[in-house]
Each structure stands twice: as C-alpha cells, then as structure tokens.
Design a protein around this ligand. Sequence first.
Ligand SMILES: Cc1cc2nc3c(=O)[nH]c(=O)nc-3n(C[C@H](O)[C@H](O)[C@H](O)COP(=O)(O)OP(=O)(O)OC[C@H]3O[C@@H](n4cnc5c(N)ncnc54)[C@H](O)[C@@H]3O)c2cc1C
Length: 482
Amino acid sequence: MKSYWQMSAQKEIKEKKLKVLEKDIETDVCIIGGGLSGISTAYYLKKADKDIKIVVLEKDNVCSHTSGHTTGKVTSQHGLFYNYLIQSQGEEYAKKYLEANEKAIDNIELNSKIENIDCDFKRESCFVFTRTETDIEKIQKEFQSVKKLGKEVNLKKEIKLPISDMKCAIEFKNQAKFHPIKYALGLCNSIIKEGGEIFENSKVIDIIKENNSYIVCTEKNKVKAKYVVMATRYPIKVFPGYYFLKMYQSSSYAIVADTKTEIMDGMYISSDIPTISFRTIQEGNKKLLLVVGYDYKTGKQELDDGFRSLEELVCSMYPDAKIINKWISEDCITLDKIPYIGEFSKLTPNMYVITGFNKWGITSSDIAANIVTDEILNKEKLKDKNNIYSDLFRATRIEPIKNREEVKNMIKEATESIIVKRIEGVENPICTHLGCELSYNPTEDTWDCPCHGSRFTRDGISIESPSVKNLKDKNIDAEEDY
Ligand SMILES: Cc1cc2nc3c(=O)[nH]c(=O)nc-3n(C[C@H](O)[C@H](O)[C@H](O)COP(=O)(O)OP(=O)(O)OC[C@H]3O[C@@H](n4cnc5c(N)ncnc54)[C@H](O)[C@@H]3O)c2cc1C
C-alpha cells in the first residue's frame, strides 16, 4: 500500500534521475539499501571525502519501504525509554544515547538547511501519555530519569490531544517532524552532485568475499567494493552475523485523516498497549492527522482489526474525520531495544550493518550513518578518532543473546516452523530466508514470515528483507551463505 509520503512526494519522485545498474563497476563503498540508513550513510561519506567512490544499490525505489512508511517523528523521545535504559545499561550510557539522538535531530535540521531541502522539518514538543492508572508511576519515573540526564522535560496533567481518560504525560521539548521521502531525495541530489552513484531497481542477491574486496552481485551485474554497508533494514546475509537470533520484525497500521476540526499541535504516543502514535501533517493551509499503531509481530496478524480500530479511535476524536490514506509497515525489534550498528561480524572485515531500530529509526539512521562513515574514514586513515557513540550500538555485542528466554523462544519458533512443519508436510509456502512456514496476510494479500518478517506477494515475489530469493526459487538463502 502506498503511504501518504509516497503520494505527496510525486513531484520529487518524478524529478529524481536514478538509473538501474547495467554494467559491472568498481567502487570504494557499496551501500545496499536506499532507505534513510543507506542514503544518510552515502551522504555523510561523500560530504567527508569528495574523492571516495560510493555506490548505493536499492532493490526498488529510494525510501519505498519502511523509511517511506514511517510516522516521520524526528525525536530523542523513544516512548518510555530512559528509565529502562538507566536500569539496564546505566546512567552514563543513557546520557550518551540521549545526547546522540538530540545531535541527530540537529544534524537532520542542518542537512535540510545546507542542502536546501524543503522537507517540512518543524520543531515541536513530543509527549508520551497514558490512559491507565497503572502507567502513571511509569511516566513519573521516566520524568525523574530524563531530568537526571539533563534534558528539559515536563510532567503534564493535560495535553491538547482530544483523547478520553488521559491520566498524565511527559513532554520532551524541541523535538521535530519531517517528510521522510522529501528529506531522503534531497540528500540523494547532493550525493549525485558530489559524484556518488545511486541505482534503483537493482536488487542484491549475493555478497561474495574475494581477497580483500567484496563482490556484490545483482541479478545481472557485479559491484566490486572494498567496503560493504548492509542497510537493508534486516540484514540479507544470514551467516555469520546470526541476526535472526537477535531480533524479529513488528508491523503497524497507519492511517491519515482529514477533518474540518482544528487539530492539535504536538506529537503524541501512548505508553499503554496497544501503542498509538499521533502527529499532524501540514498540507498547504490544512492540517491532516497521521495515526499509527496496533502493532503485531509480522506474520501473526489477526484479521484487519488494526485499521478498523484506528479509524474508530480517530472518529471518536474528530467525528467528521475522513480517512484519505492507509498502509502497513514493519521494522526490526532487538532483544535489548538498542540498534545494531557497525561491524557485521568479526569474520567479515570491512562489512558493516545498520539494523534493529525498534521503530525509532529516523534519528537512529542518522547516528548509524555517522558511525559507519567514521569507521570507514578511520580505516582509510582520513580520520583518527573513533565515533564517540559507536560503542553504544556495537552490532557484534553478545549481551542481547544473554536474554535466554527470548532467544529460546526465537529458536523454538523457528525450529517448530522449519522442522515440525516440514516433517508433517506444509500447507503454506516456505520462506526462502531460513525455511519457516509463511502465513497469509489477507489485508495486503501477501505471504508473511512469522519468524523473521520476510514478506512475499501472493505470486511469491520477495518484497521485504531478510528474504532475497522469490518463492519459486525453492532453495533457501542461508544454504548458499557463508
Ligand atoms: C509504522 C512505523 C512508524 C515509524 N515511525 C517512526 C517515527 O515516527 N520516528 C522514528 O524515528 N522511527 C519510526 N519508525 C522507524 C523508522 O521508520 C525505520 O527504523 C527506518 O525508516 C528504517 O530505515 P532503513 O533505511 O534502515 O530501512 P528501510 O527504509 O526499510 O530501507 C531498507 C532498504 O533496503 C532495500 N533492500 C532490501 N533488500 C535489498 C536487496 N537485496 N538489495 C537491494 N536493496 C535492498 C529495501 O528495498 C529498502 O528500500 C517507524 C517504523 C514503522 C514501521
């Protein structure tokens, strides 16, 4: 389903002049994936060193996946997160995480100014609110924690969102929102002006190590590169990264509503389950309302209740609301709620990964792009200082795997799906990523993987990573991996 962002950026999408890869080429850095992570990485690398050769390979179109189906909040407020972070990682860690995300908001603002990108970037307050008595204490604890970290926050008894039973809320000031596709396409213009190359409709099907380089293969051509950055949201390489043991994918419903009623300013998200996120979109003189929520583990969707529930909620707030757009999108959820950024594995030098944003990937993709840029520049001896945030997000950390209960669940689920279903004989198609049995998603008419979140059209075309092969290919990606 096309998102509001795709529909409202038709002019910019039409004007972009991106080609398909049609010959073998050599480059310094090959970035796989043209979402915010891949495009931001290409941008920072090119800005830092105009002589470095950059190639981006995108299987569909720039920002046509999660980055183009996001809510577009540019925030350091990531739900109720900082009390959890202090408890799990310590105060120093939480302070740096907050600082990294605040810096990312500034970076995105600065980039849009420097590059003259008209992406509706706007500073606004951001609120987490609760409608339940039990979450009041959680909000109060979050308030104390964030204050301790030095961020200006307010505890509120009232917010402008016309929602019943609001108990209390925490406000982060000076956060922001933007149009994700317009921002990404603005960065693309700069990358191309600086000599970078971005190829669309160029799907990567394999990455092969050859001496000190990697050969990145699309269906017809090859890109030889010293460095590879896997920015495919979920890494397409199975081994030796083992990311399938460290995260899963979660989907959310999104709707955009038009109403004649004056809509509140500010961005809002509930702490209660189901999580519901709100923001406005300025379209000419009118304000639209974007509401996202009713998350479910990809592949485990229960009917199409999500859209209906969101519509009912919006109509209870704005009775004249008319739904003008809706979509579903997914993102990776890590076991410790912290992204994986940096070296893909100890066995694959010069291969980087950017993943696991837990639905907070706008600031995180900017942080990731800076970390990977600095690591590559360090290796090229163009810089001699490590990125101060790289240790926070180390992709090869083993701590998440210590969450034995979760890992056990993941292994159990995958094993049941692969082995038991294979022995018993399966009714549904088998995922080409790791062989799990797919389930049918009636809302989007797709086959979705309940283990790792790959998705396929009804005809078996792979549309979402980590799968690369289509269903008719039968054999499994992992079998040909390292
Ligand atoms: C409903 C929803 C709402 C969200 N709202 C917010 C928000 O308000 N604020 C926030 O901070 N975060 C939000 N997020 C999270 C954020 O949008 C994502 O984390 C972020 O956009 C991910 O960017 P990405 O570039 O890593 O992935 P993507 O945007 O998915 O880009 C990955 C790209 O890789 C390409 N690719 C995959 N496989 C291959 C291959 N084999 N060859 C070539 N290319 C390939 C894909 O086509 C895709 O374009 C939200 C997420 C969801 C699901």
